[in-house]
Design a protein around this ligand. Structure first.
Ligand SMILES: [Fe+2]
Ligand SMILES: [Fe+2]
Length: 311
């Protein structure tokens, strides 16, 4: 593969999905939203992409009421897609999940213990951290979990670590969600600051968002079920059936990118087939600049003409 810019290809590509909120018997969420099509659509896009996706990370609120058949349906939806991609699945607990049903349904052994796990993707470590409090919607971490995390992080991974947790360690622009935030975030900061944690993947807020915590970038994926509109009138909470999305995470040697992918049908209005990229890749760097960057190249003039021509 020819390198077209200044960066070699990403070392790892991960799909980050959040807040599927499946209900049992495929009942619609709030009696209004079919939770399944956006997730299925997003998985189709991942397959179509031909990207070398190594893991699908699902950051919690997997099943809205923690019903066993909701976990079974989610597993039956994601596992075949992951198998086609050759990707691992990293499940993460969310506040709508319940540890016994989650552990039984997804890992085959029922447990009430915090669901913390480590997955290695080549040299990249992905830690699934259970930030839930049984019986509540806010987040918290036990002393024992922070001790466990400290031990795990004591040894760095070759390509660093992604920490996947449902409750983002950030403020919430939607004020009411602050009640449901992770408690005592400073304790987590003390554990991960200065370690090899390179990014935190989270969910819970139902809208895409990014910030920094303890010097580490945090990326919140929106939801596949319904989204929360952060521009809603102050003081209100507005869940909407639209803008469902997932994220692609490109892990480079010195950078990590989080790109939002729509999980709903869209209408194509422009683009190029991959044959164009092939032709550009065959050129010298200077010819490529002339062909694709120069505003008056035949390539770009053809684009301008197609915009001007009525259909
Ligand atoms: Fe959620
Ligand atoms: Fe949540």
């Amino acid at each position: 593969m020819v390198q077209l810019g200044q960066f070699p290809p990403a070392r790892h590509v991960i799909a980050h999905i959040s807040d599927t909120h499946f209900l049992g018997a495929r009942r619609p969420l709030y009696g209004a939203v079919d939770t399944d099509p956006p997730l299925a659509f997003a998985l189709q896009l991942l397959e179509r992409s031909n990207l070398p996706i190594e893991a699908i990370v699902v950051t919690g609120d997997l099943a809205d009421l923690a019903e066993p058949d909701a976990y079974a349906r989610l597993k039956a939806t994601v596992e075949p897609a992951a198998a086609k991609l050759g990707a691992s699945i990293v499940w993460v607990m969310g506040n709508h999940d319940e540890r016994p049903a989650y552990s039984a349904g997804l890992f085959g052994e029922e447990s009430t213990a915090p669901q913390d796990r480590v997955e290695m993707i080549g040299g990249l470590r992905i830690i699934s951290l259970d930030s839930t409090v049984p019986g509540y919607h806010h987040g918290a971490l036990l002393d024992s979990q922070l001790e466990w995390l400290t031990e795990v992080l004591a040894e760095p991974a070759a390509d660093g670590t992604l920490l996947a947790m449902h409750h983002p360690p950030l403020p919430s622009p939607v004020e009411i969600m602050a009640i449901l935030e992770l408690q005592q975030m400073d304790r987590l900061a003390d554990v991960i600051r200065g370690t090899d944690v390179r990014a935190i993947l989270a969910g819970h807020l139902h809208h895409a968002m990014s910030g920094m915590f303890a010097g580490i970038p945090v990326s919140v994926a929106a939801a596949t079920c319904y989204t929360i509109d952060p521009s809603a009138p102050v003081g209100s909470l507005l869940g909407v059936d639209g803008a469902q999305s997932i994220n692609l995470v490109h892990v480079y040697d010195d950078q990590i990118l989080h790109s939002v992918v729509p999980a709903v049908e869209t209408r194509q209005v422009s683009g190029f087939p991959d044959s164009v990229l092939g032709a550009l890749a065959a050129m010298s760097p200077d010819d490529r600049i002339q062909a694709f960057s120069y505003k008056k190249s035949t390539f770009n003039l053809a684009e301008v003409e197609s915009s001007a021509a009525p259909e």
